[in-house]
Write a protein that binds this ligand. Structure first.
Ligand code: CDP
Ligand code: MG
Length: 722
């Protein structure tokens, strides 16, 4: 057998930055023994920062930002854009007026991991000078000057502060991803920048004195856009890893683009001879092939979602046990959005001596985060995306082939620190047939959330909004229709009062928001809050292959004959009951620990459950602030199901003679997902939370309803059909 990874030279980082990612230590807490560790780590971080490609152009970048109000920065993944540029701007004085540098990311994971890294680089506690803010989690304070956040979060901030007055600079990162939130944000920021410039020049002539003596401009609606600090023009920076900056530059009226030279070593591309029928299996085989036959270096595998990751994680562990002990030194690390952040950060820590890391990641690792040490990339060539059919108004998640640009980005991950190899799990001929670049999300998603957000920002004409790429007209009409059916819009396409305004305030998809509002009217909001929180996390249950039968029996004990929504409610309630009982006996900390054990025994994903609890608390706070009545329906859950039917009426399906289901809105045929508690019982009429298309169509998170409810609760939609 070829030699295994050895300790020396296992990591290909020229700077040997082996200690850089340990939890942050504050200097005053460090005892003498650790002092030298601390200083050597700081030195290594400094050294690593200086060796990044972007470091050589620091001065120039700061100058360009000073000269240009809009700047486009293009640079290969790993060149240091996300972690370094905000620090350069901070040091260059862009926060001197008290303003914050905001950096938006399409993904939560990136916002969190990068903020942690930058806080460490700056030697500060996270949440102080450097922080992050994502939906349901805020790690910032008044002293935060470098703030990483999701693009969706900045959009929400714009609702409360249309001038985004706390920011002196906004960096839209990963713009090439073209998520729908990024596209909306770009259009919005263009407007905000214009308003701020106007307000600035006007305030120079005709300013209003605020109470505290600083300048401010009073807005039309009588609200001060900004208090206490003079509102300077907004600097806007668009960062992208795709080398073609033309689109962005044109959109911003010929804005200047600068390129940061990356460092890329050659990557060998290997293809399979035949198309693979089972991608997970092919990935598994390739992982072991690399592990056993190739030299040192970590492996990065691109998978389409948490479920695929968890299932392959189990398979790798199973197979690893069968190898001789000397070959078992493989560290398996998942990486996906809903993973708790301590676990996410593990991928950045070098593996112990003689070990090889295999990172099982979603698309996050394509450009959003750069993981050191990767020499091998396994790319099955697939990605999970949102897909919307304007005909039916139904959105689904589908797994599609990547574009050429994505395939190149993925293979590039193998060549950051030295020559690498990329194993594409498809034949070369297929690569040639791929689309050049990915279709922007705005062209393939349900737009009702976007419309709701823009309406709340005072933009009523969606078609006329300055998008970089216009959404499909039919999709806009369909989405408007849905909002109208949900009662969020008036006949004049304005937000209705109070429902539309309430829905816009909730950080949820319109259907979920509507379900909460209805639930408050029908005295079951307590339960609906739990259901919505549980639906916001992926995979509450997890069933390892080797314990499939056992897990089925245990999971059954939670299951409700009414369906998955109520089953999730049962799980949540049972976990709370367990926790409460344990708390009185053992104290809070011990109880949490026992809860993790309880989860394990009950085949429940404890991190997903914890996440759901956090989300529950946040949304509860939201609805309390809005004054919604929170009452419980106890065990009488008919109202709860009726509220679900009244908000998810488009996602209704009827049983067919052959046991499959026909989605009423578009006639599509789907099966109930194998993980559903209704899989075997087969109710006549159901509503579903998501539709997932893989080799088959599956509906997931399904609840039994009475089909007569549809005509009663959504007459606009169903009365006509009869
Ligand atoms: O944004 P861009 O892709 O240009 O690079 P970056 O994310 O700023 O990453 C620069 C360097 O920081 C990379 O070498 C990463 O490996 C490193 N990094 C890290 O070690 N730990 C993190 N949590 C984030 C970045
Ligand atoms: Mg980046």
């Amino acid at each position: 057998m070829p030699s295994m990874a050895t300790g020396d030279g296992r990591h290909f980082n020229a700077n040997n930055n082996s200690n850089i990612n340990h939890p942050q230590l504050k200097p005053n807490l460090v005892n003498d023994n650790h002092k030298s560790d601390f200083f050597s780590r700081r030195q290594k971080i400094e050294q690593q920062r200086r060796s990044l490609p972007i470091a050589s152009v620091e001065k120039r970048l700061v100058q360009e930002v000073r000269k240009n109000d809009i700047l486009i920065i293009v640079g290969e993944t790993g060149s240091g854009k996300t972690t370094q540029l905000p620090q350069y701007l901070y040091n260059g004085g862009f926060c001197r007026d008290g303003g914050t540098i905001g950096i938006t990311q399409p993904r939560r994971v990136a916002a969190v991991t990068v903020a942690k890294r930058v806080a460490e680089e700056c030697g500060v506690e996270l949440g102080q000078k450097v922080g992050y803010s994502i939906r349901f989690e805020d790690m910032t304070s008044n002293s935060t000057r470098i703030k990483y956040m999701t693009d969706g979060l900045l959009l929400r901030e714009a609702l409360l502060d249309p001038y985004l007055s706390r920011y002196s600079v906004i960096v839209v990162d990963e713009a090439h991803e073209r998520t729908v939130q990024t596209d909306v944000l770009l259009g919005l920021l263009k407007g905000v920048q214009k308003k701020r410039s106007q307000s600035y020049s006007e305030s120079n002539n005709d300013h209003v004195k605020a109470n505290n003596g600083t300048l401010m401009k009073v807005e039309n609606n009588g609200q001060a856009p900004h208090l206490g600090r003079r509102l300077n023009p907004l600097k806007l920076i668009i960062m992208s890893a795709s080398l073609d900056a033309r689109g962005f530059s044109e959109y911003f009226g010929g804005a200047k683009a600068v390129h940061v030279q990356g460092r890329q070593f050659p990557v060998d591309i290997l293809y399979t001879a035949q198309p693979e029928t089972d991608c997970l299996d092919a990935a598994l085989v390739t992982i072991f092939q690399i592990h056993l036959e190739e030299g040192p270096g970590d492996i990065l595998v691109f998978l389409s979602g948490q479920e695929e990751i968890e299932s392959i994680e189990g398979l790798v562990r199973e197979n690893l046990k069968k190898l001789p002990e000397a070959c078992q030194k493989l560290l398996i690390l998942p990486l996906f959005s809903s993973l708790p952040s301590e676990k996410q950060l593990k991928v950045f820590t070098p593996a112990p001596v003689e070990f090889r890391k295999v990172i099982l990641a979603t698309n996050i690792a394509e450009t959003s985060v750069t993981i050191p040490g990767i020499k091998y990339v396994i790319d099955p060539g697939l990605v999970k995306v949102r897909s919307y059919s304007p005909d039916s108004g139904i959105e689904s998640l589908i797994v599609v082939k990547t574009s050429k640009a994505q395939a190149l980005q993925r293979s590039g991950r193998a060549g950051r620190e030295g020559p690498g190899k990329c194993f594409r799990l498809y034949p070369e001929s297929r690569f040639e047939g791929l689309d050049d670049s990915t279709v922007p999300e705005i062209k393939r998603c349900n737009l009702s959330n976007v419309i709701l957000q823009l309406s709340a920002l005072g933009v009523d004409d969606i078609i006329g909004f300055d998008f970089m790429e216009k959404p499909d007209r039919m999709a806009v009409i369909r989405s408007l229709e849905l909002l109208y059916l949900l009662g969020a819009l008036t006949d004049e396409k304005k937000l209705s009062d109070p429902i539309g305004h309430q829905m816009a305030r909730l950080p949820l998809e319109p259907n979920d928001s509507k379900a909460l509002i209805l639930a408050s009217q029908f005295d079951c909001l307590e339960e609906m809050l739990i259901v919505v929180a549980m639906l916001s996390v992926e995979s509450i249950f997890y069933a390892p292959r080797e314990k499939l039968e056992e897990s089925r029996t245990v999971i059954k004990s939670f299951s409700s004959p009414e369906g998955d929504h109520l089953t999730l409610l049962n799980v949540y309630r049972a976990s709370l009951e367990f926790l409460e009982k344990n708390k009185t006996e053992n104290g809070k900390e011990k109880a949490e620990k026992n809860l993790r054990k309880w989860c394990k025994d009950n085949f429940i994903n404890s991190r997903s459950l914890k996440h759901a609890r956090d989300i529950y608390n946040q949304i509860r706070e939201n609805v309390e602030r809005m004054g919604l009545k929170i009452a419980s329906c106890g065990d009488d859950t008919i109202q709860l199901r009726r509220c679900l039917a009244a908000s998810y009426f488009l996602n209704a399906a009827l049983k067919q003679p052959d046991g499959t289901y026909r989605v009423l809105a578009n006639g599509q045929i789907a099966e109930i997902h194998p993980t559903s508690v209704l899989r075997r019982t087969k109710s006549e009429c159901i509503i579903f939370y998501n539709l997932v298309q893989t080799t088959r169509n599956y509906v997931r998170n399904v609840t039994r309803i009475d089909y007569l409810w549809l005509a009663e609760l959504a007459p606009q939609c169903y009365a006509l059909k009869e």
